[in-house]
Write a protein of this length. Structure first.
Length: 135
């Protein structure tokens, strides 16, 4: 069974935490399918991609956007230059294409940065990484 949809209440709970723990100019990186967070937090998108699949080289998401290594390198350079205020990773129970938590592990440089620069909070099956020592 595929259960990848979230209720509005769940997305609002994630959005509330992100909005309370970031500033209006902080960017938010959604590593998965939960773009509503950007709307409800009124925070700018981190990076050029609404969905993270461009960073993983998944099928139709990879063509015409440079090499996977180049896309991941650009993401890391941006991360280190101006880290987003929050990173949201929905842990969906869905087909392999949507297993965000597992896919995050396939991007070890990003995982390392998240572990060193961010604190993790959980709201149900969603991980919210918030920058350490950030207003």
């Amino acid at each position: 069974q595929i259960t990848w949809r979230y209720t509005a209440a769940q997305v609002r709970a994630v959005s509330r935490i992100v909005k309370e723990r970031t500033t209006p100019t902080d960017e938010v990186f959604v590593f998965g399918i939960m773009p509503q967070v950007l709307l409800w937090t009124e925070r700018p998108l981190f990076g050029p991609y609404v969905f993270h699949y461009f960073l993983l080289g998944k099928g139709l998401f990879s063509s015409g956007h440079g090499s996977l290594d180049d896309r991941q390198e650009q993401c890391m350079q941006r991360f280190l230059k101006r880290p987003p205020g929050a990173v949201v990773v929905p842990d969906l129970q869905a087909p392999r294409l949507f297993e965000n938590r597992r896919q995050l592990e396939s991007f070890p440089r990003l995982v390392q940065v998240l572990r060193s620069l961010y604190d993790e909070e959980r709201v149900g099956r969603v991980s919210i990484y918030l920058r350490k020592n950030h207003p």
